[in-house]
Write a new protein. Structure first.
Length: 258
């Protein structure tokens, strides 16, 4: 499977895909000679260059010729990930796992997608399965770090952190939001979280979440409840918590929370 070093989070490495290819090469070559082997080489080369549209055509052809080959689905999933088609990538990694239940790298890659989609509980399960299947992998420490981070996020997402109604405005004009991961958070922390996110290149000012978060703060300062402000601004609760938590941590300890 391909290593997308220019992309964070990292997917698994090219060498692993080639190893999987070698493990099934005899069967596939018996079916179609050198054709599929060459398609794998071409597809991986196109992925490495970021030519995802052409790579997608190659992987579609591989799957048409060898629909039972799990490595083809993993590579197509990586291509779709590069095209920002998270739903398609998720389906491909899941299909690879169906076809090969002990495919460790498919679990790793699916965990990446699930994390991006905000399904932290499912991502935790996949990282755990990856480490069970491949505990001594070169990137096992990376997987453990991601696992610990997701567990923390999962706890935050399930905590009843926010009050139903806002507290009275403090003298600074910031509106209290309640405790978020141990911090007495306010709307000023939400704005600081936005500022830090842009400065650290985690967010662009052109992103919809940027304007939604600003609108959320405006709604709160007008005296709405948190639920009302989220609904009117279009900001989802998890994004609000993450931004506010980031701002509070930066304000208190100068710690950047990704």
């Amino acid at each position: 499977m391909i290593q997308l070093k220019m992309t964070v989070p990292r997917l698994a490495s090219i060498s692993l895909a080639l190893l999987v290819w070698v493990s099934t090469a005899n069967e596939l070559l018996a079916q179609s000679g050198q054709t599929i082997q060459q398609l794998f080489v071409d597809g991986i080369a196109l992925q490495s260059k970021g030519n995802y549209a052409q790579a997608l055509k190659v992987w579609n052809e591989v799957i048409q010729k060898a629909p039972g080959e799990p490595a083809a689905y993993v590579n197509r999933g990586i291509t779709r990930y590069g095209m920002n088609d998270l739903t398609g990538a998720l389906k491909d990694f899941s299909e690879a796992i169906i076809k090969k239940r002990d495919y460790a790298d498919a679990y790793f890659n699916r965990a990446v997608i699930l994390s991006d989609l905000g399904d932290y509980q499912a991502a935790v399960a996949d990282y755990q399965q990856y480490l069970t299947l491949n505990p001594n992998a070169p990137d096992s420490e990376l997987a453990r770090n991601k696992l610990n981070t997701l567990r923390q996020r999962e706890r935050i997402a399930t905590q009843p952190l926010l009050p139903e109604r806002p507290s009275p405005l403090p003298s600074s004009g910031a509106v209290p939001l309640g405790k978020i991961s141990g911090y007495d958070a306010t709307t000023d922390d939400t704005l600081l979280g936005l500022k830090v996110s842009v400065e650290k290149k985690l967010l662009k000012t052109s992103a919809s979440i940027y304007k939604k978060a600003q609108n959320f703060v405006v709604q709160m300062k007008r005296g709405t409840t948190i639920d009302q402000a989220l609904k009117r601004s279009g900001l989802d609760r998890q994004s609000m918590i993450r931004l506010t938590w980031r701002g509070a941590a930066w304000r208190t300890y100068r710690v950047l929370i990704r």
